[in-house]
Design a protein around this ligand. Structure first.
Ligand code: SF4
Length: 232
């Protein structure tokens, strides 16, 4: 093969691959899909460093895999709910054809994203679960506020709350989003940082304020398995 052909073949392989940290079958632990069996595709890499991050192993560890190979592994599980997560899955552009192909195949596709990148190019069939990073995450400045007008009735916005200040900030964001994104989305999720803000503290505030569309959630997978267990 000529050098030119080799280079072109290599470029094609690179274009049709993603760096994958892990693919596993578990219970969806957050969002309105919580409690349902779900296949997870975790992509490698994240450009944020949230203080409470529990997937630091996904920052660098991973293997390049073709979209065909990923889809074939997903299909070994008899489950039609699939979540693309990370790390930050939107850092790899080939995530878009992956999600579109899975939606074409009849999967219900979710994506969990930090909210620091443009959600506009995501296939409209995909349910977007987008964080708004609270102050104690250390990454509040990275929230891409231009995403808010793009949110629609399939989408869910998640606040991970680790302090009183975080709760007050999240409440202010929700109130500022009405009318607007906060009454367009499917749900607004308030989740306590495991070990930092107790479920009782959060429940007390959620009940007192009864903010529109806000629902409290716990990370179900951390209650079922060990808090730092991988592949669940
Ligand atoms: S965005 Fe997610 S993966 Fe990235 S540092 Fe924050 S919690 Fe960890």
């Amino acid at each position: 093969m000529s050098t030119e052909l080799e280079a072109s073949a290599q470029a094609k392989v690179t274009a049709e691959t993603l760096t994958i940290n892990e693919i596993f079958y578990s219970i969806q632990g957050e969002s309105t899909f919580a409690g349902q069996p779900c296949v997870f595709v975790r992509l490698t890499g994240c450009d944020l460093r949230c203080t409470y991050c529990d997937t630091e192993y996904a920052f660098y560890e991973g293997k390049r895999r073709s979209l065909d190979d990923i889809i074939a592994e997903v299909a070994t599980h008899s489950c039609r709910l699939l979540e693309v997560t990370g790390g930050e899955p939107l850092l790899q552009k080939r995530v878009h054809p992956l999600m579109s192909r899975l939606a074409d195949d009849g999967y219900t596709v979710l994506i969990e994203t930090s909210g620091a990148h443009d959600i506009g190019p995501i296939d409209p069939r995909v349910h977007r679960i987008m964080d708004l990073k609270t102050p104690s995450s250390g990454e509040c400045a990275r929230n891409r506020m231009e995403n808010l007008p793009l949110l629609g009735p399939r989408d869910e916005v998640k606040f991970v709350i680790g302090s009183e200040e975080d709760y007050a900030w999240a409440k202010a964001q929700v109130l500022a989003g009405v009318p607007g994104w906060a009454d367009r989305v499917n749900a607004i999720l308030f989740s306590p940082v495991f070990g930092k803000f107790t479920p009782l503290e959060l429940a007390t505030r959620v009940m007192a304020d009864a903010l529109p569309r806000v629902r409290m959630q716990l990370q179900m997978h951390k209650l079922i398995w060990e808090p730092n267990q991988r592949g669940v």
